[in-house]
Design a protein around this ligand. Structure first.
Ligand code: ADP
Length: 478
């Protein structure tokens, strides 16, 4: 069941189903184990039978050898006389040889007078008791031999063979049974491996198909994988991933649409103003006014593109660098830069800053945060209004509040304040050159630096933005 590019619609590469290979390896390993068990059972059962036969056959050899050892010299007649009296010697074949291996007596009568060069005979004539067991075609064959001695002299040997078909049948039936069990087990293993591998392959191809669908751009597609194993987990993770992809794709599309829309407005104004200059016969003062408006729109475009750039930079590469900074000097610096804006808006600025308030933060990030919040507090204020900036320590945090006595924000707008391009008061925001991006930049900077931001407002009375950052513990750092 090798899966190749033929049934791989993408056709980009050839691959083999690794699960099929695993399944076949599993089958091969279990087969090897079962074959080994077969051989082991068969060998052990034969050995047990040989051992049970060894004692009695060697005993019979000894009996015969002891009786024959009473003879001074072995001859066929005397041997058959002695053996004839020994009724207990019920063996398949009995041979008695002289020291030169010549058969003096053979119960089967076929080898009498011939030289018997069997290994058992040769070894017995060396003086040892010998026993060998064998199994052939359903019969257990045992061979034993022992030397015959008379007065310390070796005068020949007794060799016995016993065929045991009963025990042979036992071994055979054991072998057949174990083989049958092995075959049944192996068939089960093979079936299980094939079913499991096919099921795995099917579920895997479902995931791969889903990947292809998502690759083609359909981020709403979901993988449906049942169960609670690793593949089901992979499916769930995959769905989570596509959810996130879908969300980020939605955000991206929304962002591009919003950005294009926002850029279109000042561009349209510029076009309108320049067309008016070209088409109308206007006096120099009006023309200067129109050109100044074009400049203001271009300036707005410039500010917007700078903010858009800052946002995309934050999205793609949030800064991981930090430094230990004291917040108060940065706030004072922003306040100084924004003094002309405050004067133009007729807003008085009050700073109540606790120093030192060390935090782990990039100074540029803090500058952006404070700048946007203070600028908003001036932009959306009323002439004669007040902007109050406080910095203080509260527990393990440095808390910055920027509160104004301005127009305030409607309650329903508060949850959307940090969204990109969101404006609570569109006309005022446009009039003040706003883009709806400032607070989303502030929010991203605060989050990237491990802080929190909260907005409170009462319509007609003013707004208060509270930012907290964990204080840097200078003592612990030493
Ligand atoms: P903008 O460039 O329009 O000022 P911001 O993201 O800074 O964009 O602010 C989003 C909206 O929130 C603004 O359009 C404004 O309506 C509202 N807003 C922000 N700060 C204040 C504030 N201090 N007082 C009243 N409204 C505010």
């Amino acid at each position: 069941m090798a899966i190749t590019s033929e049934n791989n619609p993408s056709g980009s590469y050839r691959y083999r189903s690794s699960q099929f290979l695993y399944a076949m390896t599993y089958v091969a390993v279990t087969l090897a184990v079962l074959v080994f068990l077969n051989l082991y059972c068969s060998t052990i059962s034969k050995r047990l039978i040989y051992r049970s036969k060894e004692h009695s056959l060697v005993e019979k050899c000894h009996l015969a050898a002891d009786e024959l050892g009473t003879l001074e010299e072995l001859d066929a007649f005397a041997i058959s006389q002695i053996l004839g009296k020994m009724e207990s010697l019920t063996v398949t074949r009995l041979i008695v040889t002289d020291p030169g291996c010549a058969a003096l007596y053979d119960s089967a009568l076929t080898a009498a007078g011939q030289r018997i060069l069997l290994p058992e005979v040769l070894q017995a004539l060396e003086g040892d008791d010998v026993f060998n067991g064998d199994y052939q075609k359903g019969v257990v064959i045992c061979r034993a031999a022992t030397p015959i001695t008379h007065g310390g002299k070796r005068i020949g040997c007794v060799y016995m063979t016993e065929y045991d078909p009963v025990r042979g049948a036992l071994v055979r039936s054991l072998q057949i049974h174990v083989f049958q069990i092995t075959a049944v087990l192996e068939v089960f293993v093979l079936l299980f491996a094939l079913i499991y591998s096919a099921r795995f392959g099917l579920r895997m191809s479902r995931i791969m198909n889903s990947m292809r669908i998502i690759q083609s751009g359909d981020y709403s597609h979901k993988v449906v994988i049942g169960g609670s194993d690793e593949l089901a987990m992979l499916g769930r993770e995959f769905n989570d991933l596509t959810d996130r992809l879908q969300l980020s794709e939605q955000k991206r599309t929304q962002f591009v649409a919003d950005a294009s829309h926002e850029i279109k407005t000042p561009l349209a104004s510029i076009k309108l103003l320049s067309d008016s200059i070209l088409q109308n016969d206007m006096d120099a003062a009006t023309m200067r006014e129109f050109v100044a408006d074009i400049g203001a729109e271009a300036e707005r475009l410039n500010r917007m593109t700078e903010k858009l750039l800052a946002l995309t930079k934050l999205d793609s590469n949030p800064s991981s660098e930090v430094e230990i900074i004291h917040m108060a000097p940065t706030i004072r610096r922003v306040s100084k830069i924004l003094l002309p804006t405050a004067q133009a808006a007729g807003v008085t600025v009050e700073l109540h800053l606790e120093d030192p308030c060390p935090v782990l933060l990039l100074e540029d990030d803090l500058y952006q945060i404070v700048f946007n919040l203070m600028e908003n507090g001036m932009k959306y204020n009323v002439p004669g209004g007040k902007l109050e900036v406080r910095l203080f320590r509260e527990g393990d945090n440095a808390v910055l509040t920027v509160s104004d006595t301005g127009t305030g924000i409607p309650e329903e707008a508060l949850p959307h304040l940090f969204e990109r391009f969101y404006r609570a008061d569109k006309s005022r925001s446009r009039a003040t050159g706003g883009s709806g991006l400032g607070l989303s930049i502030v929010h991203a900077f605060v989050q990237n630096n491990g802080g929190t931001i909260r907005a409170q407002s009462t319509l007609g009375k003013g707004s208060c933005f509270t930012v907290t950052f964990p204080l840097f513990d200078t003592e612990a750092a030493l």
